[in-house]
Every structure is written in C-alpha cells, then in structure tokens.
Design a protein around this ligand. Structure first.
Ligand code: TRP
Length: 481
C-alpha cells in the first residue's frame, strides 16, 4: 500500500506538462518535422510512390502506433530519463508477492517482496542508451537540413524565388550545399537555438513555442494543398501517390517505409518516452498517442500531396531528386503564385519551427539523463551534448560537397547515418520496447497505467506482443538479405 501511494505521487523532477492538450502539442511538435515534409516526399519518390505510401500507412497502424503507446507508457510509468525508466520498470516487474504465515498472529499474510532495488542495473537500460545515441546521431544531420530551411527563409524573403524556373531553382540549391562554410554557419545557428530552448527546460522553453507554431504550420499546409489543385500535374501527382504499383514492392522498400514510420512518429529512441515522463497521470495515453499519430500521418500525406503535383507539373523525376527534392520543387510553385514571396517566407519559417520542436525532443533524453545521473545543471548538460552533436554534424555537411565521394558500403556519411538510424536503430529500439512492454512488464502494471476497456486493451496487447515484433523482425531479416 505504501508503495502504491508513493508510486502515485512520483513526478518527474523536470516538471509536468500543464495540460493534456499541451502534451498533444508537444508530442505533435516532436513528430511533425522535417521527417514529414522533407524526408517523406523524398523517400516516397525514391521508393516508387504509391506502394511506399501504402506500406507506410499500414506500418503506422499495425506497428508504429502500438509501439508508440508502449513507449509513452514506459516513460510515464518510470517518470525519469529513458535509461532509468526502463530500469525502474524492469526491476518493478521482477518483484513478486510472497505469501507467508505469520506465526505470532497466526494468520496468512501477503506482502510485496522486492526482488531487487529499483535502481539495480538491468540490461533493459541498454535500450535507453541506444536511444540516446540514436537521438544524437539523428540530430547531427537533422540540424544541417534544418539549416537549409533557415537559409531558405532568407532567400524566400528577399524574393529569390519570384518567377524562378526549374534550372535556376536547382542551381540555388546546389550552390547552397556546395558551400561548407555556409552550411556550417546555419547548422551552428540551429544547434545554438535548439540548445537555448532546451536549456530553458521543458515547460519554460517548449510549451510556449508549440502552442502557436503547430496550428500555424497546419494552416499554411492546408493552404498549399488547396493551391496545388490548380496545377496541371495535380491528378498525376495524386495518381503517383495513391495508386500503388505492386511490382515496386521490394524488401528494401518495405524496410524503408517501416523506418520512415518510426522516424516520422518519433518512436524507437526515447523522445516520446521522455515526453511521457512529463505527462500527468490523469491523461489517457492511448487517446493522446492516437491523436498525435493521426496528425503526423496527415501532415506527411499532405506534404506528398503538395510536392508531387509540382513534381509532375514541371516534369521532374521524382526518383532521382534525393534529399534536395522539396528545396528544388517548392520554390518553383511559390515563385509562380501571387503572394508567393510572403507565403514562401512563412512556409520556410514554419518548417524551421517544426524542425526545432522535433530537434528538442531528439536531444532531451540525453540531457535528462545527464542531469539525473550526474547531477549536472541543465545548462552544462546541454552544452556538452550540444557540442558533441554539432561536431558530428560537420560530417554531414561535408558529405554534400568535399566528402561526397567518401563512401562506405556505397553510402556517404549522411546516407550512412540516415540509413543506420532509420533502418536499424529505430526499428530495433521499437522492437525491444514492444518485447519489454509485452513480455517483461507485468500485465497488471500496464493495465493500471493505460486504464483501457478490456477489449481495447487486449486488442492493443495482441498487436504489441504478436504483430509488431514479428513484423519488425521479418522486415529486418528480409531487408538485409
Ligand atoms: N519525427 C521528427 C520528424 O519527423 C524527427 C524526430 C524527433 C525523431 N524525435 C525523433 C525521429 C525520435 C526519430 C526518433 O521530423
């Protein structure tokens, strides 16, 4: 009993979200980012269009969403950094009740026997470690791409895109990525801003930002979505995205789509686990995660619906543009419309904000770990992790110019980081979280935390125990053979 009271009173030392809505905004802020708008269209183009989109959606529903619920559950129950939360929960689950006869009182008593201490080392904390590492690796290239976005705010604002054609648009992009010093400048600025917000703490820094930015981004995307219906390539664009060509489905396409689902929903590395740690016990985990998953998928699909009509209107090849896709296509559309200068400036500004709210969640697990484990100040922790991430980003910068030909397994540094994190670390992290929640944690603890109707619980629990882990494993095995 005493333990229960304590468990109910436990709170994260970093504070709690002010409301359920704020959590939804913050988690949507984490999920919606460059992944949806920059990476999803590029991946869709590279992996054959509709077939990729179809597998992506199926992965979100059957694999990613069930794991997302598990990830937020682990965080909210543990209420600490991902490493400590996993550890806490695994120790808690290995405690058991013992029944004994109390000789003095001559009656049978049952008491909770602690098998181990809540902070004894367990191997499950390695999942947290892998997640923190993945977050830092992802942020190192994420920040470079966010830097492109920042430089595009200035370009858009100064009218560079007015009336621009495809050739010049490609030229603008190529000039940017050919200049490592310029990229370094923007990357550094983005890292600095991210670290500044993170150092202010979750409530102070993040809450204020997400409240305005997320709705703003939604509005402008919907506006763009309406605009592209007027383009001659609109129908071709939709056809490309929504009519799957089944011949294009290969094991690698499936692996890419699943990895994209993990990346886009921010799962598999602890972002949502740490956000869950700041979620009040009163809020329903399944409700909030489902809202976030739908919002995120909506934005990704909408981004595709915006990009591909432009691609087909200007006869671009969707499969060969690579990571430059949106930076080469969107300016043409903006350049051709009235009010395009203002709108494009606003668009890249909002994309930058979407990126920064995601970046924060990539670094927060590592920061909270440093604070809790080594009792460092938030500022000091941010500086240490931030500097390391910044430094790693230089590798990505160089892979777009001087280092483009330095390859390992036929991938340059950026491709290697991206592939390794999205196709290996995130799915593996998610797989382990599913196994952990589905098989290691006691059902009673999970039930108590989720408070679901029985049939919904057992539906989710089946997805988590059987469908998700088997699917991830099979996709892994096939993708790598
Ligand atoms: N989901 C974000 C995007 O789509 C990026 C991101 C934030 C992320 N946190 C994450 C990706 C954790 C993977 C894991 O841009």
């Amino acid at each position: 009993m005493e333990k229960n009271i304590k468990a109910n009173m436990r709170k994260s030392i970093h504070g709690e979200w002010s409301s359920k809505l704020i959590f939804i905004f913050a988690a949507t802020g984490s999920a919606v980012g460059l992944g949806n708008i920059w990476k999803f269209p590029w991946m869709t183009g590279e992996n054959g269009g509709g077939a990729f989109v179809l597998i992506y959606i199926v992965s979100v529903l059957l694999i990613a969403l069930p794991i997302m619920i598990a990830e937020v559950f682990i965080g909210r129950h543990g209420k600490q950094n991902p490493v400590a939360s996993l550890n806490y929960l695994s120790n808690e689950s290995s405690s058991f009740d013992i029944t004994e006869i109390d000789n003095r009182l001559n009656r049978v008593t049952t008491r909770k026997q602690k098998y181990s201490n809540s902070d004894d080392y367990t191997n499950w904390q390695l999942v947290g470690w892998m997640g923190m590492l993945a977050g830092v690796l992802i942020l190192s290239f994420y920040s470079v791409i966010a830097g492109w976005t920042m430089s595009y705010i200035i370009k858009a604002g100064s009218g560079v895109f007015t009336g621009i054609d495809l050739e010049s648009s490609k030229q603008v992009f190529n000039n940017l990525v050919a200049d490592p010093y310029l990229l370094l400048f923007w990357h550094s600025l983005f890292m600095l801003l991210t670290c500044y917000i993170v150092s202010m703490g979750v409530k102070g820094g993040l809450e204020k930002a997400v409240k305005i930015l997320i709705p703003g981004l939604f509005l402008i995307l919907i506006g763009l979505g309406i605009y592209v219906t007027t383009l001659p390539g609109f129908v071709d664009g939709l056809h490309y995205m929504f009519v799957p060509d089944m011949d294009k489905i290969t094991p690698d396409v499936i692996l890419s789509a699943m990895g994209m689902a993990f990346f886009s929903l921010s799962i598999g590395m602890g972002s949502l686990m740490i956000y869950g740690a700041y979620l009040s016990d009163k809020s329903s985990i399944t409700e909030v995660t489902t809202i976030v998953a739908f919002a995120d998928t909506f934005v990704a699909i909408l981004a595709g619906v915006i990009i591909f009509p432009i691609v087909f209107t200007y006869n671009l090849d969707p499969s060969s543009a690579g990571p430059g896709l949106i930076f080469q296509t969107l300016p043409i559309a903006f350049g051709a419309m009235t009010g395009g200068q203002l709108l494009s400036t606003l668009f890249f500004l909002l994309l930058f904000f979407a990126a920064i709210t995601s970046a924060i969640s990539l670094i927060e697990p590592a920061i909270s770990y440093m604070i809790e484990k080594y009792s460092k100040s938030r500022l000091e922790s941010t500086v240490i992790i931030g500097l390391f991430t910044w430094f790693l980003g230089i590798g990505t910068i160089l892979s777009f110019n001087y280092g483009a030909d330095i390859k390992f397994l036929n991938l340059n540094f950026f491709d290697l980081l991206d592939t390794f994190t999205s196709k290996i670390m995130l799915p593996l992290g998610g797989l382990l979280m599913a196994i952990f929640t589905g098989y290691i944690v006691k059902v009673a603890i999970v039930k108590n935390e989720l408070k679901l109707k029985d049939f919904i619980f057992s539906f989710w629990y089946k997805l988590l125990r059987y469908i998700a882990p088997v699917a991830v494993t099979l996709i892994f095995i096939n993708g790598f053979i």
